[in-house]
Design a protein around this ligand. Sequence first.
Ligand code: G3H
Ligand code: 13P
Ligand code: ZN
Length: 317
Amino acid sequence: MGLVTTTEMFKKAYNGGYAIGAFNVNNMEIVQGITEAAGELNSPVILQVSKGARAYANHTYLVKLVEAAIIENPQIPIALHLDHGDSYELCKSCIDGGFTSVMIDASSKPFEENIEITRKVVEYAHAHGVVVEAELGTLAGVEDEVSVEAGKEMYTRPEEVEEFVSKTGCDSLAIAIGTSHGAYKFKPGTKPQLRFDVLEECTKRLPGFPIVLHGSSSVPQEFVEMVNQYGGNMPGAIGVPEDQLRHAAELSVCKINIDSDIRLAMTGNIRKYFAEHPDHFDPRQYLKPARQAVKDMVAHKITNVLGSAGKASEISK
Ligand code: G3H
Ligand code: 13P
Ligand code: ZN
């Protein structure tokens, strides 16, 4: 089926009460783990590349890895997306370089400025057949160089979403409803709770419009325990409960972003491998269980959280 935009994926997901997983990719093992799971489960999937990933792995390497995954999994639609583009120039470079979707994240800028830069990216992207995700509201946590303290995040203001979408022409909108980036999303001892009232208010004002959730890792405790058991130190790492993500997917959320869970799955398993095989030094030996852990984790999300298993055949191209 090959590389597609997210347009049809989101339409089907919205109407079908499920969401598409958007997983961050940085290297071959991650691309393989994600796409093998999606391929075996016949699930559409979004592979997303951050500015940091592009600096680490190089644009061409990442695009070629994704092209290889498409050849290996021809039965599923795959979108290649820029995660948290922070400038028009970065978005343009990804559009020119073969991405099918870009995010322009000007959410830390004043409302009018956010509209202006988003509209400029939309004009260029649409002229090149590429779709655009934008963001309103601020998540706590760390993304590339931008760090927002917990408690300083701002929920999306539903009264702003219609004007923002109509003035920018963006194709999907990331909103802030209590998720945050990284592995420490909620204070230990408190009950994690997303603001579904904010999501529902946004949906009422944008009927049929795809909403995106960033910071949606669940921080599986099995991986946190594995990290801590084998020499790591991640006390109090807590994520978004899976049942709340499932509920969001049944509503207007069509794209759910997951990066930290991939990092935890790999790191936990690599630490375990090193502890159990102190004499091994071939990277293939420890990257193999790490890749398998990514695959198993993604398969679990697709089946039990996103609800996108078997949906590849709904997408026409
Ligand atoms: O939203 C942030 C993503 O997890 C990407 O993280 O900027 O460290 O690659 P990164
Ligand atoms: P997590 O840190 O929860 O995995 O969020 C990833 C993300 O939002 C990427 O844009
Ligand atoms: Zn994000």
